[in-house]
Design a protein around this ligand. Structure first.
Ligand SMILES: Cc1ncc(COP(=O)(O)O)c(C=O)c1O
Length: 464
């Protein structure tokens, strides 16, 4: 804990020099910058000694929770032995071992692993590979990408172009051209023409319709020009949209029909978040590429990975063909050593099995919140949930911009944090609270999340 003088100096220094990501900096002109100094298990502490339940896993990252000395020691050991060497024409043992391990976990013939330093770079790499691949197999016009409305795929120019959030993109236009959006799988807000006579929407009908929109977009753009479709197993932005039954199976059929690559962007969903190594495994579909990052090291070091099918790798396996792409820190030795330790712990402590055993209890606990008038929908899978907030539950009416600003930025984010709960109040789509706790959380943590949410949301209702 920092004493008053040290706290004050840290605050001043943060205000003077640190530029926080996606942060309205003026919020901290007078308010304290929250400074997190340590963590243990599912909890973190700030510089004033206050304790918070980390219900977002940092940023969908901390699968094993905080403060594990085994992962820290794996990092230290590797740094002492070989702190850095690039993967540019050279290799090092932990990258080799990790590539083999991930290929073993990955579904089907996804046998080739290209390391990056994070998720956006994995997405960027996947688009570049898709374009490069089609040029090599005699379909040079195939370059466009289809992705879903409100989906987030990263901030680099290509990944941001694939992102479906206009508000994040406009200030950086013109971005990379050639990306197109299709509807996402938010069944809570399914188009009314899909509703049956009783007013409800059948999930399979909705899934079929949503998947077919991918074919409509491919046809509209011209099948000869479309290279890939990028989809998360469960879409995060907008507040956790799981796939309706049959959705991915139909998308796979469409991709096969038009020779379009299916990229499963699992930057959040991989490595246990949904109780499996990959979301594709949970929902039973075969991607051509998986992009991943975050939970691969449980956050003890930065790392991303693009996992590629034998078919896509094949043209690069011969002669002079080279994928002219890479990152200095992609597959950093310390990060790959940490990832290996992370997976060892997953296996030793049966982490995925634990998520599968407890996910029903997590859902059940969160669903208790549905009795609050402001909670419209609780949705997700595994340890990954979104809670949609509404103004009127019966009509599903959402908040307008000014109300959202007042509710989410003005009240909820701070009130939740003050209550000792770190999670995310997000209005990139309709207003939602996002939860992605460490995979080691149990019923006591679920109860604490529910109690704190209930208390703060009850206060929010009173403010409306
Ligand atoms: C689905 C998805 N793709 C890509 C990214 C970008 O990852 P990074 O922030 O590591 O670049 C994110 C980040 O949250 C993500 O959720």
């Amino acid at each position: 804990m920092y004493d008053d003088a040290a706290h004050g100096a840290l605050q001043q220094s943060a205000r003077d020099h640190l530029w926080m990501h996606f942060t309205r900096m003026s919020s901290y002109d007078t308010a304290d910058v929250p400074v997190i100094v340590r963590g243990e298990g599912a909890y973190v502490w700030d510089s004033r000694g206050r304790k918070y339940l980390d219900a977002l896993g940092g940023l969908f990252v901390s699968q094993l929770g905080h403060g594990r000395t085994d992962l820290a020691e794996a990092a230290a050991k590797q740094a002492a032995e070989l702190a850095f060497f690039p993967l540019w024409s050279y290799a090092h043992p932990t990258a080799i071992e990790l590539a083999e391990k991930i290929a073993g976990y990955a579904p089907g013939d996804l046998n080739r692993v290209f390391f990056t330093s994070g998720g956006g770079e994995a997405v960027e790499s996947a688009w570049k590979l898709a374009k490069n691949y089609f040029k090599l197999v005699g379909k040079p016009m195939k370059h466009k990408v289809i992705s879903r409305a409100i989906a987030y795929h990263g901030t680099t120019a290509g990944a941001l172009s694939i992102t479906g959030l206009p508000g994040l993109k406009q200030q950086f236009e013109p971005l990379v051209p050639s990306t197109f959006r299709v509807p996402n799988t938010n069944i809570y807000r399914a188009p009314s023409f899909l509703a049956g006579a009783d007013g409800t929407v059948d999930p399979e009908t909705f899934g079929r319709w949503a998947a077919d929109q991918v074919a409509v977009a491919i046809e509209a753009e011209g099948p000869d020009t479309v290279a890939a479709v990028f989809l998360e197993p469960v879409q995060n932005a907008g507040g956790c949209f799981p796939p309706p039954p049959g959705y991915f199976q139909r998308v796979r059929e469409i991709c096969d029909e038009y020779d379009v690559l299916l990229v499963s962007d699992e930057v959040i969903c991989a490595y246990g978040r949904l109780g499996h190594m990959f979301g594709a495994e949970r929902y039973g579909y075969q991607p051509d590429i998986i992009t991943s990052a975050k939970g691969i090291t449980s956050g003890y070091a930065p790392l991303g990975a693009m996992i590629v099918s034998d078919r896509l790798y094949e043209p690069f396996a011969h002669g002079t063909e080279t994928f002219l792409h890479g990152y200095t820190f992609g597959g950093h030795p310390v990060s790959t050593a940490v990832a290996l330790k992370n997976f060892e712990v997953f296996e030793d402590e049966k982490v995925l099995e634990g998520v599968r055993e407890r996910e029903g209890a997590f859902r059940g606990t969160l669903e208790k919140l549905l009795d609050l008038p402001i909670v419209g929908d609780v949705r997700g899978d595994g340890y990954f949930y979104g809670i949609e907030l509404v103004k009127d539950k019966s009509t599903k009416e959402s908040f307008d911009e000014a109300e959202s600003e007042r509710l989410l930025r003005g009240f909820l984010s701070k009130a939740l944090f003050d209550a000792g709960l770190y999670c995310r109040a997000d209005d990139r789509g309709d207003p939602v609270i996002q939860l992605s706790p460490p995979l080691v959380c149990d019923q006591a943590h679920f109860d604490e999340i529910e109690e704190k949410l209930r208390s703060v949301l009850t206060e929010a209702v009173a403010l409306l």
